[in-house]
Design a protein around this ligand. Structure first.
Ligand code: CP
Length: 290
């Protein structure tokens, strides 16, 4: 099994190569992989990741194969391994997988086609991390020395955990800002005022209600009051600072409605960059460069 499961073992030099290729695709570079077929196996809901991988495949001349768990033999008890092995036997050349289990891919070592991790549990979302990095690099032209604050539901966020690991290696200063219930040891915690006044990037995170345990009840309006990105808080940010969010957003909880598309927001750019980043990831894996 090869592909892209996590960025932990991918060098910063290779990460820069992926970003450069993604930017080249955005600027019109073309690649074609005729006769290649890839399946999108999503065991958790997705709009951006699923359909930007789908678009990336179409842009690369790859035939995407969709998979609906509700209509599949998963409903009869088929295991993740057996679903993947079945698609390998059917002749696909790669699998994009999103699954709710942390590191689900550890059970897929005997799968003989590349696997592209579309998000696992609370651990990794490597293609999201790369599109976030592409968006930062487009904006600032560098990583070294940039200050980023991951803000919101850190503990339940695979984006926070994956981004922090790579961003630290790239020389960024990483901080977190969140209520105590959502904190973990991802990075040093700072106050929201310090984050707004000192950071180059505020990386908002979705409150992951679906991953909360029964005891982790939260009050959405008090969260918005204490940690939500509002127009007033945007005004306190540095002149050239930007707002990011992997989306989907909870409007009125971690972000106010009128901030989603404000001048500092790069949320829509992140979505667009997701297609080019995934084109770069697929290309580099299929060509044996990743
Ligand atoms: N950012 C992200 O992973 O969005 P989806 O859940 O819609 O794929």
């Amino acid at each position: 099994m090869n592909g892209l499961l996590t960025l932990e073992n991918v060098s910063t030099k290779k990460i820069q190569e992926i970003i450069d290729l993604a930017i080249a695709f955005k600027n019109g570079k073309k690649k074609s992989f005729p006769n290649v077929k890839m399946a999108n196996l999503f065991f958790e809901n997705s709009t951006r990741t699923l359909y930007s991988f789908h678009m990336a495949m179409l842009n690369l001349g790859i035939t995407p194969i969709d998979f609906n768990t509700d209509c599949s033999s998963v409903k009869k008890g088929e295991t993740l391994y057996d679903t993947c092995k079945t698609f390998e036997c059917l002749g696909v050349d790669g699998l994009v997988i999103r699954h709710g289990d942390d590191k689900y891919y550890n059970q897929l070592e005997n799968i003989g086609v590349p696997i592209f991790n579309g998000g696992d549990g609370k651990i990794n979302h490597p293609s999201q991390t790369l599109l976030d990095l592409m968006s930062i690099y487009e904006n600032f032209g560098k990583f070294q020395g940039l200050k980023i604050c991951l803000m919101g539901d850190i503990k339940h966020s695979r984006v926070a955990h994956g981004n922090a690991e790579v961003m630290k290696r790239l020389g960024m200063e990483v901080f977190i800002c969140c209520p105590p219930d959502f904190a973990d040891d991802t990075a040093k915690s700072i106050s929201i005022d310090t984050a707004l006044e000192t950071c180059d990037i505020i990386n908002l995170l979705r409150v992951q209600f679906e991953r909360h345990e029964h005891h982790e009840t939260m009050n959405a309006s008090s969260f918005h009051k204490d940690f939500g990105m509002t127009t007033e808080r945007v005004a306190k940010m540095k002149d050239n600072a930007i707002i990011m969010h992997p989306a989907p957003v909870n409007r009125g909880i971690e972000i106010a409605d009128d901030v989603v598309e404000c001048e500092k927001s790069r949320i829509l750019t992140q979505m667009t960059n997701g297609v080019f980043t995934r084109m770069a990831i697929i290309t580099m894996v299929l060509e044996g460069n990743l």
